[in-house]
Design a protein around this ligand. Structure first.
Ligand code: G6P
Length: 614
């Protein structure tokens, strides 16, 4: 969703803010803009629709900032992606600039009220009410910080806001209400930075403070003071995050997605490395913070996530059932939070997220906590909101994932969930030492098997070339491969814009079979597992209706050629590991079809890496 960057300090704010925005490009957005106070002390904005390159060309080369600057990447919610709707938005005088991530739910009423009070609106956005509300506060004699607080007290909805005022050139005011996207305040050397995401400031500082819901910061180059929205002071101490490259380059790859698919053996290995011990078998999860008695008291596990992380939850459910012996269910976080879920202190809620910032997952975590459940997270981003909200974290160690479509964090999260399930099984005495050793040995082999699975690329490319003109795809699987089918369909939709559906193969005869004709490629995940014979029946049913079968089969299964027009062989793997293996050709198929179609693989249209509005 929207990205926010701010800078106060002696260096050139225009360049620093634009660099910060470029670190957020991977999130996906549709327009961008900046505001600074120029050398003559005048607040100046530049904005444009499209990529950052468009904005850069709009920024006058002579523009020099004095002191402070703010920048924004927008993902449209209210009003199309046009230069006028891009942030920053200003008040009537053009002396106050505001950038915003979130939704102002009562913007219609506020707009009417402000128009009646003489304000002129220039955009179609909900955001524009905020600078006008601040303008009203300033007219009543407030300074910028108090006027921002007063404005935010008037709005319903979520808001992470950064404001700049011509008359207070060395000050930035940041605020966060109603669990909007993150706001991090970075302490540099004689300078301060503000951002929605760590990568935007990580090159200049690792010393940070995170704003919580209802908190504001008044920031100068010397530091920040913190208050609530009523001016009550709040003490907040900066913490130093582990250093590390938050955003790595593309290297020799054409796209981040290709690089991240290729990095998967490493992502799995790095995630299991310090947690899984074989002699004697044990799992160590140092950041989980669940006491043995809490683990023993559990009688149920609920796994939640969004997008690909929801698919991880579905596989994780089976891990928990089979490795920990606990009843488990998986749910989409955005649905779960509104379902009035029945939870108590014996329920463990596992929230899964690459970013730890997906608004629906965070809201579901709040709801679960409110209802007394124990809430932990499986996450790839240290310092993210999910890790701060949860009682404990199982980290995936995948490194920065830049492509909007998640790939390596899918395998990373499955690895972390497998470890967590083994941990629960070990602590609860459900897994004998032999079982635990067998389970961990299977996991230890996984990086190597994933490496083998990457060799499917040539076969996948052939298939992609053959079906590049297909307008629809069906993905079928059973058991854990049902989830792979859904993940395959999601990846294809996300990056290639080809319509695709993933179904449990058993569901076929209850509807989807009517879609089958000679134009419909059907990817059937038919590895050798307990469902294989049934999958063959489903493949027959597709063939009998002239459907085109692309089988994902276990190496050595020559007979499958008689059933399928195309075969992609994957290496054999232990049953619980198999979904990590079959996911690889799914990702590669989506990637190659998107490439062949000339799509923007890393930043697909309409999508954002982190979804911070409902
Ligand atoms: C967005 C991304 C997906 C991701 C989903 C959940 O939709 O485009 O790739 O799977 O958010 O994100 P999370 O950070 O919560 O895993």
């Amino acid at each position: 969703m929207c990205g926010i960057v701010g800078y106060v300090g002696p260096d050139e704010a225009v360049a620093i803010v634009l660099d910060g925005l470029s670190q957020l490009e991977y999130r996906g957005y549709d327009s961008a803009g900046i505001a600074v106070i120029n050398a003559n002390g005048v607040l100046t904005t530049a904005k444009d629709a499209g990529k950052l390159a468009n904005l850069r060309s709009k920024v006058p080369s002579a523009l020099k900032a004095t002191g402070a600057g703010i920048g924004h990447t927008r993902w449209a919610t209210h009003g199309r992606a046009t230069p006028l709707n891009a942030h920053p938005h200003t008040d009537c005088s053009g002396e106050i600039a505001v950038i915003h991530n979130g939704i102002v739910e009562n913007h219609r009423e506020l707009r009417q009220e402000l128009q009646a009070r003489g304000c002129t609106f220039r955009s179609e956005t909900d955001t524009e009410v905020i600078p006008h509300l601040i303008e009203m506060g300033i007219k009543e004699g407030l300074g910028l910080a108090d006027a921002v607080a007063a404005a935010l007290r008037r709005i319903d909805g979520a808001a992470a806001v950064l404001a700049l005022r011509q008359q207070e050139p060395g000050v930035l005011v940041a605020a966060r209400v109603a669990n909007a996207g993150g706001v991090v305040i970075g302490y540099g050397a004689g300078e301060m930075l503000i951002a929605s995401d760590l990568p935007a400031i990580a090159q200049r500082t690792q010393r940070v403070v995170f704003l919580e819901d209802g908190e504001m910061a008044c920031v100068t180059h010397q530091g920040a003071t913190y208050t609530d929205l009523h001016g009550e002071a709040i003490e907040k101490e900066p913490q130093t995050l582990p250093s590390g490259s938050y955003v790595a380059g593309k290297g020799l790859y054409d796209h981040y997605m290709a690089k991240e698919i290729a990095e998967q053996p490493e992502a799995v290995l790095d995630t299991l490395r310090d947690a899984a011990q074989l002699e004697p078998p044990a799992v160590h999860l140092n950041d989980l913070h669940l006491s043995d008695s809490e683990v023993m008291g559990l009688n149920r596990v609920v796994l939640i996530g969004m997008g690909t992380s929801f698919h991880s939850a579905q596989v994780g459910r089976i891990y928990v059932e089979q490795l920990a012996g606990l009843p488990a269910e998986a749910d989409n976080a955005s649905e779960y939070r509104y379902r009035r879920p029945v939870l108590d202190e014996n329920t463990l809620v596992i929230a899964i997220g690459q970013s730890g910032e997906s608004v629906d997952t965070l809201a579901a975590m709040h709801e679960a906590k409110r209802r007394g459940a124990k809430v932990v997270t499986v996450c790839n981003t240290p310092g993210s909101q999910a890790t701060r909200l949860a009682q404990g974290t199982v980290y995936m160690h995948c490194g920065a994932e830049v492509a909007v479509a998640s790939t390596k964090t899918y395998l990373g999260s499955l690895t972390a969930l497998y470890l967590l399930a083994c941990y629960l099984g070990q602590k609860r005495g459900f897994l004998s030492e032999d079982h635990l050793l067998a389970a961990l040995s299977d996991l230890a082999r996984t990086p190597q098997i994933v490496g083998e699975a990457l060799k499917t690329e040539a076969a996948v490319q052939k298939v992609a070339r053959r079906y590049r003109r297909a307008r629809n795809f069906l993905f079928l699987g059973r058991g854990m491969q049902y989830t792979t089918a859904m993940e395959g369909a999601l990846k294809l939709k996300e990056v290639s814009y080809i319509h695709a559906e993933g179904y449990a193969a058993g569901e076929m005869k209850h509807g989807p079979i009517s879609l089958i004709d000679s134009q419909m490629p059907v990817v059937a995940i038919a590895v050798r597992d307990e469902h294989y014979a049934k999958m063959l029946n489903n493949i027959e049913e597709v063939r009998a209706r002239d459907g085109i079968v692309i089988a994902i089969a276990t190496e050595g299964n020559e007979a499958i050629h008689e059933e399928a027009r195309d075969v992609i062989y994957v290496p054999d793997a232990p049953p619980l590991i198999q979904p990590m293996i079959t996911a690889v050709p799914m990702q590669l198929l989506a990637y190659h079809l998107a490439r062949l179609k000339g799509c923007d693989v890393d930043q697909p249209r309409n999508l954002a890496k982190v979804v911070t509005v409902e």
